[in-house]
Each structure stands twice: as C-alpha cells, then as structure tokens.
Design a protein around this ligand. Structure first.
Ligand code: MN
Length: 201
C-alpha cells in the first residue's frame, strides 16, 4: 500500500508565494486522492508490491486508473521535495553550469520554463529533464510524466512544476504566469542539484 508522502515543511512555509490553503487542500485533498486511487487501481493486479517507478515504467497507455493516480502520486511526491521555504535564487553546483551550458543562461532557462508552463493547455506538468547528461524542458498533460514510455519526453525528471489550476487558483486565480513567477521563489535548487548529480554522466 502506498502512503500519502509527507511534506518536509509546514503548509504555511511557502507563503507568500504558495498559500497555506492551497498547500493544505493540494496535499490532503488532491494528493491523498491520487494515493488512494493508486492503491485501489493496483489491488489484486501484478503491480501490487512493485515500486511506483517500476509501475509507471511498465504501464500501457490504456491503463487509465494507474496512469492518472500513479502519475499523480509520483508527481506530487517530487513537487513537495523540490520546493522549500529556503528556495529560490540561483541553481547550485554542477547543475548551474549545466543550465548555462544547455540553455545559454539561467535567465533563458527561466523564460523557456515559464513559456512551457503557459503553453500547456488545460492541466499538466512542466519538467526539467536529464538525458545523457544533457538538460531539456518538456511538458505533459494531466498526471502523465516522463517515466511513462508512451510520453514523448526523453530523460529523468529532476524538477517538476504542477500547472493544474488546483496548484494556484485560490491565490493566483487565472494568472498562471504569476504562479510560475512565484514558483521560482520556492524552487529548492539544492535538492534539484542533488537529483542532477545522481543522474548526470
Ligand atoms: Mn497537483
């Protein structure tokens, strides 16, 4: 059975960028819903007892319940970890050099990441990926993610930004761009850099 992952800070810790009410309902409502839905969807199947990564890497496109709930479970688990009250500022370590190498500058990366978030119609996610040491940006719909083999993003996600309205609507209403600007103030670059170091070659 998968358990609702804990958030390593208080619900109000990301204020004023991400508000407490949003954090609370996002975690206890949405993320819990995906976690329960995942458990229900794998019960009695060959996926029981497998890791979430194994499950997401092996499912087919038409396994809708596991795709949506398993994706939701994994995506939000990453999302809580790559944000921090001590976040924001510039990327650190080798990741900073890699961002400059692959995007030209941090500012260009930021622009492209924001543009990707604004251009994702409806609900979805924006990812920073590593493939053979190289960084790229990719977006997916709904709760899909780059671990799923039918999604055309190549690489391991090290940063994920939720652009579902439930991630920002209470505070930012329809202004997704303002939410994205605020998200940059809470990105936990130390954690993203740690993930980069794990998969870089
Ligand atoms: Mn969400």
């Amino acid at each position: 059975m998968f358990k609702l992952p804990e958030i390593p800070y208080q619900y109000n810790a990301l204020e004023p960028y991400i508000d407490e009410a949003t954090m609370r309902v996002h975690h206890l409502g949405h993320h819990r819903g995906y976690t329960n839905g995942l458990n229900a969807a794998i019960e009695g199947t060959c996926f029981e007892g497998k890791s979430i990564e194994e499950i997401l890497k092996s499912i087919h496109i038409n396994q809708t319940a596991i795709r949506n709930n398993g994706g939701g479970y994994w995506n939000h688990k990453l999302y809580w970890q790559i944000m921090s009250p001590e976040g924001g500022g510039l990327p650190v370590g080798d990741l900073f050099d890699a961002i400059q190498r692959d995007f030209g500058s941090f500012e260009t990366f930021k622009e492209q990441f924001k543009k990707a978030g604004l251009s994702r119609f409806g609900s979805g996610w924006v990812w920073l990926l590593v493939h053979e040491g190289k960084l790229s940006i990719c977006t997916t719909a709904n709760q899909d993610n780059p671990l799923m083999k039918f999604v055309d993003c190549i690489g391991t996600p090290i940063l994920g930004m939720d652009v579902w309205e439930h991630a920002y609507y209470l505070k930012h209403q329809n202004k997704r761009g303002n939410y994205i600007d605020d998200f940059f103030n809470v990105i936990h670059w130390k954690e993203v850099a740690r993930r980069y170091d794990e998969v870089k070659q």
